[in-house]
Design a protein around this ligand. Structure first.
Ligand code: HEM
Length: 456
């Protein structure tokens, strides 16, 4: 039987292409919704003399992609655009056996016992950071959430939580990410032509200087750690020490450059995203009073000083976080996957080198899966179990987010700690929509809250 052709969106060039890219950058939700309305949930974009790009938000196509052998795709090449931030040697840019081995090495640090050990740290960092809030003084919540998640990931990755090198690193990483903290400044990432070093007063020049200082600090830390004895290294439980001890099949350890890139990648991937997730979580809890009431009721049922494991297992809190990551997913799409061989997706035979892109946002707004998808309704996650091809805030398959369990644990413990100590309000009752922040979608940077009461 003859297949119906795949709907095709025409590629544009020159000025039209720039307008289209600016549209995607500055009006991301409208752009994705318009495309879906026009072309459906499985369409292609064709370019002259090159294989097409498939864009999908169809659960069957997503299942085909996530369950296929990882050998069928290359992801590192697609992530090459991230090397300005994370270098060329991190997990994000690896493929094949090297990628598999690196994931296997890192995975235990983000799961099970290692993760439970972080709980205490997450709570104590949250208390320390949020205790600076003053009654009746409006404050931007994002920087506080970013400070919490950065302190947590520095602890997980480096095992550091004090000292001048640690404080400087924290300060520099925060400043570096500020380079892309508005929709317009995010264009630096998407338009390489803007990446011009015109000295320290130009955005790109400043970015390069900060990056270099971070590199030097990390290299100093690598040098110091390498000089520790093997037993000193094995006694430490952080990821840095794990990477220092790792050997490949030829008995070779990682080079300084490889170590640097991996550490940087984990630091970035591990805190920007979670900070945005937390900012949204506080928005929804305070935008919808009934959500806050139910959440407080559930948290109160645990009594004073609840066990962290009990908080982690609360069903309504879990549903509120799931809905937060559904309605405005932090990553609007997964990494691009490039076919290394031909492959059948949804019954269509796709040729090698075709790019496959999955729109998380469009999938999470399918009315057949999420009726009234624009409404925030945590109950959907209590009434139905979604498959890993219907709900994918952390992507899937062999590239599924390595830190998803850490991110969820952080969101739960930070929310429970803050709600038990403060009564907060939004400073504006207006509905908030996501804006582009670097590679992700986030609440607007101006988002403010106010402390109405501190709970003793
Ligand atoms: C709410 C927070 C987070 C969200 C929404 C998120 C989302 C994602 C997504 C969508 C991907 C791409 C998956 C794919 O293409 O299939 C990804 C990959 C990744 N994430 Fe996260 N992430 C979060 C937090 C974290 C944290 C805390 C870490 C900890 C270090 C982390 C580390 C990574 C890494 C290393 C990858 C690359 C995995 C690979 O290439 O094999 N993420 N994440």
């Amino acid at each position: 039987m003859k297949q119906t052709p795949i709907p095709t969106a025409k590629s544009s060039s020159g000025l039209r292409r720039i307008i289209r890219q600016m549209n995607a950058l500055l009006r991301p939700l409208n752009f994705m919704e318009e495309r879906k309305r026009k072309y459906g949930d499985f369409y292609q974009i064709t370019f002259k003399n090159s294989p097409p790009t498939i864009m999908t938000s169809n659960p069957q196509a997503i299942e085909d992609i996530f369950t296929a052998s990882p050998d069928k795709f290359e992801v590192g090449k697609g992530n090459k655009g991230l090397s300005f931030l994370v270098g060329d040697h991190s997990l994000l840019l690896l493929d094949g056996k090297a990628h598999k081995n690196r994931r296997r090495l890192l995975m235990p640090s983000f799961h099970g016992e290692s993760l439970q050990e972080c709980s205490h740290k997450i709570v104590s960092i949250t208390k320390k950071v949020c205790d600076r809030w003053q009654i009746n003084e409006p404050f931007k919540i994002r920087p506080y959430m970013q400070e919490i998640t950065l302190r947590v990931i520095l602890n997980v990755v480096f095992g550091l939580d004090s000292g001048s090198r640690y404080e400087r690193l924290r300060e520099l990483l925060t400043k570096l990410l500020e380079t892309f903290n508005t929709p317009l400044s995010s264009s630096l990432i998407f338009f390489p032509i803007l990446q011009k070093d015109w000295g320290k007063f130009s955005p790109w020049g400043r970015f390069l200087l900060l990056k270099e200082e971070i590199r030097q600090l990390i290299y100093a830390e690598i040098k110091e750690r390498r000089s520790l004895s093997t037993s000193e290294k094995s006694n430490r439980r952080d990821i840095f020490s794990l990477l220092l001890l790792a050997r490949d099949e030829n008995g070779e350890g990682m080079t300084n450059e490889e170590l640097h890139d991996e550490l940087i990648a984990l630091l970035f991937a591990g805190h920007e995203t979670t900070a945005s997730g937390l900012a949204w979580l506080f928005y929804w809890i305070h935008y919808l009073p009934e959500v806050q009431d139910k959440l407080r009721f559930e948290l109160d049922s645990l009594g004073e000083n609840p066990d962290y494991k009990e908080i982690n297992n609360l069903p309504y809190l879990d549903a509120v976080i799931s809905e937060t990551l559904r309605i405005y997913p932090i990553a609007a799409g997964t990494f691009g996957r490039r076919l290394t061989t031909s492959m059948s997706v949804m019954g269509y035979d796709l040729e090698p080198e075709t790019w496959l892109l999955i729109s998380i946002y469009s999938l999470h707004h399918r009315e057949d899966l999420y009726p009234n998808s624009k409404q925030f309704k945590p109950e959907r996650f209590l009434q139905k179990t979604y498959s890993p091809y219907e709900y994918i805030p952390f992507g899937g398959g062999n590239r599924r987010c390595l830190g998803s369990a850490l991110a969820l644990l952080e969101m739960k413990l930070v929310a429970a700690t803050v709600l038990s100590r403060f009564q907060l309000e939004l400073t504006s009752k207006r509905q908030m929509l996501p804006v582009r922040r670097g590679l992700t979608l986030a609440p607007p940077a101006s988002f403010k809250m106010i402390v109405k009461n501190k709970i003793d």
